[in-house]
Structures are given as C-alpha cells and as structure tokens.
Write a protein that binds this ligand. Structure first.
Ligand code: 3H9
Length: 719
C-alpha cells in the first residue's frame, strides 16, 4: 500500500499504491507509517520523496471507510510526525492532491506539482472539513482570505494557481518524481524549521471579524442550511486566533460534530450515487462496461428554441460538428445569433477560442444525410415529433442514431415510425441545456445496448451527469414532479399561500419553491399539456364536477391563474408579481390571495392553518412515494438514480441526499405511517396511497437504501 525504494543512493522514494486514486485507507496509512519510520531510521537516507502510483498523488481519506469503525493509525498524528521529522520530505504531486492528500502534501517540507495537477480541500462537499490539520496549516501557508475561500468552497485549483497562491514550491512539465528527487537532494543541507507549517504564525488580516462575517453571510445565502461551510469558517477562525495546538483541537471538535451529522452521510451518499448512476444494466445482461459506444463526430439538432440552442452549444463546445435545423428563415437567423453568442460567451469564460467553425445552419432536413446522430428538439407535440422522425428515417443514413429531447412523451411511439427502432432513444436535457448538468437517457424497449451506451457516453463527453431511465409518461423526473406539485396546489385550496409553501421548501434547502420554479419555467407549458389531455378547456364535459377529472381529485387553480394571462416571470405575473416581464424579483400578489379566497368560498372550503411539517410531509413524501412506484415499475434501476436526477435536475438540496435518501433518513416506517394518515384524510388522492414497495421494505425491517435493490430485483425492469 506504500512502496519503498532507495533512489540516487540516499533518497527514500515512497509510492502510495491504492488504485484508483491512492486514497488514504487504513492499509495506506500503515504503509506510510512503516516506510517513513524506515526512511527516518536509515542513516543512508538523507531525504524522502512521497508520490502516488499511476499518475495520481492522492485523492484523500478513503471515503468508504467513513461508514465503518475506525481502523489503522489515525491520520493526524501520522502527518504531524512526518512534518516533525529531521529529514526533508518532498511531495511529488501528479494528477490530484485532494483533501487528506493535500494535507499529506502540506506536512511535507516542499511540494513540487506537475503542470496538469489539481489540488484542493474538497471535504466541505462531503459535509466535512479538512481535519488532518488542513484548516490550520493552509491559512499559515497562504493567508486567511485565500485559505478561507478554498476550504469553504472545496474548489480545486490548477498547479499554476497553486504556485501563485504559494501552496506549491515549483511546477514542472517533466517527470515530477525525478524533479522531486533532485529537489530533495538539494534540500538536504537546508534548515527545516521554516518549512514546518504548524510552527508558523498566521498572517492575520486586520479586519478578520469583518471578513469572517462577510464569508458567513455569503455561505448562508448560497449554501442554505449547510453545516459544513460554517464549521470551516469556525476552524479557520481558530487558526487565526489560537496557537496551532489549540486550533487543531478545535478542528477535531468541529469535525466530530460534522462527521456524525445526517448532512455528511447524505453528501457522501451523493458522491457515490453520482458515480453509480452511469452504470446501467439491461435485463438482457448488457451493461455499461461491456458495451462499446459509437464514436460521434457529427450531430444535428432540430429546432432552435431554448432547448435546441443549449443542446447545439453543448455539442459544439466538446468538438462535435453540428448542423442546426429550423423550419423558418427568421427563426433560423435568430437561433444562429443566439447560439453563436452563447458559444462565444462560454469560450470567453473558459479562456478558449469559440468553435464557431463547427456550426452550420439549415432549413432543410435533406442536409442531414451524413450525420452520426440527430437530437430532435421541436415543440412538445407527439404528431409533430412523429412527422420529424418519419422524415429523418427517410433522409438519414441507416446507421444514424435518432434521439428525442422529449420531456415526457413516449419514446417507443417515436421509434415505431422509423425504420430503425433500435437506434431511437430519448435524450432529455434540462433547461438551459448548456448549463444544467442532468441528462435523462430514456431507453425504449427497442433501444439497443449500443444506442444506450452511445447516448450515455455522449452525455458524459458533454459534461453531463447521465442517468439511464425507462420509458413512461414523464420518465423519472417529471413523473415524480406531478404528485409533488399536486400536493402544493391542494394545500393552496386548504388554506396555504404560494409564498408560505415556497418558504418552507426553500428553508428545507430547495433552490426554489415549487411556485417560484413554475413561474420561472412558464405556467403556460403545463396548461397546454392539461388542455391536450382533456383536463381543462373546452373539451371538458360541463357536467363534470369542477374539482374532479378522469376519476381523480383535480385542482383547477393553476388553470385559473393561466386564464388571467399570468404565465410566470416572462409575463411579469404568475403565482407572484414581478417588477416587469422577465423580472426575477418575486413579490406576493394580493390578486392571487383574492383568487384563492374567492375560490375557497365558492367551493365552501374553510381555510385552515397549515403547518410547515404538513407542507414538507405532503410534498416530499408524495414525491418519494412516486419514486418507490418508479422503482417497482422498473423505470429507474436504483434509488441512487432517482436521487441524482432530483439533485441535478430539480434543485433538491444535496445535503439531504435526494427524495429517496431523505425518506430513508426520516425512516421508512414513519414515511409509511404519514402517507397512510394523509391518504385517509384524502382518499381520492391516489398519490398519497403508500406504494407496495414502500410497504414491502417496511415489512422487511426497513433495510438501508443500499440494500433496497435486493427487494426490487424481483420486480419488472423497463431498462
Ligand atoms: C478527507 O480527505 C478527510 C480528511 O481531510 C480528514 C480525515 C481525518 N475514497 O471520481 P472518479 C473512487 S475526505 C474512496 O470516477 P475521476 C470513486 O468512488 C476525502 N473512493 O474518478 C470511484 O470508484 P468506482 C477528500 C474514492 O478520475 C473511483 O475512485 N477527497 C475516493 O473522475 C474513481 O473516481 C475528495 O473529496 C476517495 N477519496 O476523479 C476527493 N475518490 O470506480 C474525492 C475517488 O468504484 N474524489 N474514489 O466508481 C474525487 O473528487 C474524484 O474521485 C477524483 C478523480 C478527482 C479524485
């Protein structure tokens, strides 16, 4: 786990060997302790170099070990002893030095980094803080403001930035180990006292309190409800105001509080869930690691609306040539200007040149003969999409993949109108598509494993978190959204206000409450869908009771809001009022209050006081309940996939893990009991009826979320 070699007759080269990222597992810590002892006690050795195998220095503590009992030598005393040693130690940093990996480098007396290396203290993203001395040593090395920024955000820096900040002593493009060995030989004669960071005094800014206050306020605004960034501020305050020995004690106390928190568990779950999500398996046995994706060099995007423009940018910026198709010259020109502008701004931000030469614009599908893949992003209308797919089937060569950016329509029905159903798949991007990281890859029953592999790999290439899901109305994300937003509107009927519900959800940690989110997305979209499905509008039988549709409870308030021309932010009015059309400053609107009061008195509903707890339970347990149904229907393979979709596509707070993880933390028994309670009170709301899978899990003793799969396996899979 740590290899020992003597090089140049006097330098001990210690190589961490724990692939893939050389994390500091108990075996690696043992290895470091043993090899360091050997180096320090061998009189032939005058200096030590520490590096990592396979081009990676170290990815930090082994996160998998956090869920079990602590074994092996603790990291902090081990690191302190390296720093205290009397022989110079040089860190040779290649690939990554993250978390405990950077803390290890900070106790080395010198640090040499390869030009492509990345360094950082990302513990905060796992709900923790750098508790192996990182919060105390980094401020001593680079000063309070810079250390505070890196520790509270977890941002990775390039080796060039690390050099500017003073984190590393040298950056090289050569073999970093060889450079470090030469460096170590030169360091032998030099005194070490000034190289021991724990012995340095912290350069403390005169306005320390104001600085810490400003950062705290920024965190409270941005990282709503998260404990770890605030604990990081307290640890850095300790570095600024206490001697090292006391500061380190404070660091450990703060870590102990965080370590046992639900937030740390949730964030560590998210870390692994995100990595699990790309690993799809089909009932046929084909899976992510045995199916080769096709190489995509050219693509077409059909429709240059908001989604099409974002998709075209996402493709072009990773070097794929794009033919963008519009139906009308004016729309094409507008689209062209917008795509070019977006691509130029994106390139400027990333400090690269915009790949405008990869873009072509056309009015004719005939120009798509030779592309490798097409992404259709026309209006959400099945008849229109079918026409496009029929046409594509005639025009494109037989091997071209045909993808639809539908947000919920039947992908198999689209496949059915083509001559190549096995090459048809859904690629559901989220708006704005060049910014949002989520991609739902919707596998129809006839999509081939190669098609799935290609869409997943293309998503990865575009920097997306891609999740393979099955084909059903709304897929995973939008299907679950319905019970969640239905509960919110039912609560309006019963006495709540949009701002009350949004506040509760935002305090829970959502980026936006359900009503503010609908205003942003545009209320007319859902209204049109409801009209098309006969839930509202002239097709509804006038004899139909007003608050029931298609045999279920129905709340017409969203339709009434739209009937007043209130389509959300874009019209300056929606569930809220805004300063102007397109404004973002949402204010409660007395007209909505009036509308709700009139509605309630018309239907004889006596408004009642609704508690925050009821809002959370009704909205979030209904959301998770639909998640359980999605799992039993085989539309998502694992709860992790659902949670990743909700974090990256719907603003679910990451420190709560996602709707399924949240349900597991609340306790499945409690979720079941509350759903039963609410379903009894609202027997006509089927979304509140506990799903069979939830009942089954509770009957099996509520296993931890990682074990749910064993109970789902027996059910049908659409993937
Ligand atoms: C810490 O250090 C606490 C200390 O301050 C104090 C202690 C007292 N542990 O991401 P990838 C796995 S907290 C265990 O796909 P990439 C990962 O799950 C730690 N496993 O590769 C995956 O497994 P699988 C602070 C880890 O090239 C495989 O490695 N450190 C760890 O895209 C490949 O990962 C961090 O927060 C780990 N530390 O990215 C760094 N890291 O193949 C966390 C990775 O089974 N890691 N794995 O799915 C990362 O950010 C990225 O993995 C890294 C590589 C940038 C290193």
């Amino acid at each position: 786990m740590a290899r020992y070699e003597l090089v140049k007759r006097s330098v001990a080269l210690i190589t961490l060997t724990n692939p893939p990222v050389n994390s500091l597992s108990s075996a690696v810590r043992h290895g470091i302790a043993k090899t360091m002892d050997r180096a320090l006690s061998d009189p032939k050795v005058t200096a030590v170099v520490i590096c990592g195998e396979n081009g990676r220095f170290c990815g930090g503590a082994d996160i998998r070990e956090f869920s079990g009992p602590m074994r092996g030598p603790p990291l902090l005393p081990l690191l302190d002893s390296i720093e205290a040693g009397e022989k110079p130690v040089v860190a040779a940093i290649e690939g990554v030095a993250l978390g405990g990996g950077l803390e290890l480098a900070l106790v080395c007396h010198y640090r040499i980094a390869h030009s492509k290396a990345r360094l950082g203290l990302p513990e905060v993203t796992l709900g923790l803080l750098p508790a192996a001395g990182g919060t105390q040593r980094l401020p001593r090395l680079i000063g309070i403001p810079a250390a505070l920024e890196l520790i509270t955000t977890g941002r990775h820096v390039s080796s060039q930035e690390a050099l500017k900040l003073g984190i590393v002593d040298q950056v090289t493009e050569q073999n970093v180990c060889e450079v470090a060995v030469e460096f170590a030989l030169r360091a032998v004669a030099k005194p070490l006292s000034s190289r021991r960071l724990s012995a340095l005094t912290v350069p403390c800014p005169p306005d320390l309190d104001a600085l810490l206050e400003a950062v705290t306020m920024q965190i409270q605004k941005k990282a709503r409800g998260m404990m770890a960034p605030l604990a990081c501020v307290q640890a850095v305050r300790a570095a600024a105001t206490m001697p090292y020995s006391q500061g380190i004690k404070r660091e450990s106390e703060l870590m102990a509080t965080l370590f046992n928190s639900g937030q740390a568990r949730a964030l560590q779950y998210c870390f692994f869930a995100e990595r699990t999500a790309g690993k799809w398996t089909l009932p046929s046995g084909a899976q992510w690691n045995d199916t080769k994706p096709r190489e995509i060099r050219s693509a077409a995007v059909i429709g240059l609306g908001t989604m099409g423009r974002g998709i075209a940018v996402s493709l072009a910026r990773v070097g794929i040539s794009v033919i963008a198709v519009e139906s009308d010259k004016k729309l094409m020109e507008t689209g062209r200007q917008m795509v070019i502008g977006m691509l130029e701004r994106d390139a400027k931000r990333r400090g690269v040149s915009a790949s405008l030469n990869l873009l072509k614009f056309t009015l004719s599908l005939q120009n798509l003969k030779d592309v490798d893949l097409v992404i259709e992003a026309v209006f959400e209308d099945m008849a229109l999409k079918k026409r496009v797919f029929q046409e594509l089937s005639k025009v494109c060569r037989p091997t071209t993949l045909l993808c639809s950016n539908t947000s919920g329509l039947d992908v198999d029905a689209l496949a059915g109108v083509t001559d190549r159903p096995q090459l048809v798949i859904g690629m559901h991007f989220f708006s704005p598509a060049h910014v949002m990281k989520l991609l739902e890859v919707v596998c129809g029953p006839r999509s081939s494993s190669e098609t799935i592999a290609t869409a997943m790999s293309l998503g990865k290439r575009m920097g997306k978190v891609s999740v393979a899901v099955g084909n059903c109305p709304g897929f995973v994300g939008n299907r679950m959204l319905k019970p969640y937003s239905d509960q919110a509107t039912f609560l309006l009927e019963e006495g709540a206000t949009p701002e009350q519900i949004d506040k509760v959800l935002e305090d829970f940690g959502f980026a936006m409450g359900v009503f503010r989110m609908s205003d942003l997305a545009g209320l007319d979209v859902g209204w049109r869908v409801r009209k098309e499905s006969g839930l509202t509008g002239p097709d509804v039988d006038p004899k139909n009771p007003p608050r029931r549709r298609q045999g279920r409870k129905y709340c017409p308030i969203p339709d009434m809001v739209c009937e007043q021309g209130r389509f959300g932010q874009k019209t300056g009015r929606g569930w809220y009022m805004y300063d102007k059309p397109g404004g973002t400053n949402a204010k409660p609107d007395p007209l909505i209050q009036n509308l709700l009061e009139t509605y309630r008195s018309r239907y004889g509903i006596k408004p009642r006081n609704i508690t925050d707890q009821e809002i959370i339970e009704r909205c979030l347990f209904a959301l998770a309940n639909e998640g359980f149904r999605i799992l039993e229907d085989g539309i998502a393979a694992r709860p992790e996939d659902i949670d990743v979709i909700y974090q990256f596509g719907y603003g679910f707070p990451r420190h709560r893990g996602g709707p399924m993880f949240y349900a597991s933390m609340v306790g499945l028994e409690r979720v079941l009991e509350r759903l039963e309670h609410y379903h009894q009170a609202h027997p006509d709301v089927s979304h509140l009826e506990p799903s069979p899978l939830l009942k089954k899990l509770v009957a099996c003793g509520s296993p931890p979320i990682q074990k749910w799969r064993e109970h789902i396996k027996t059910m049908h899979s659409h993937l």
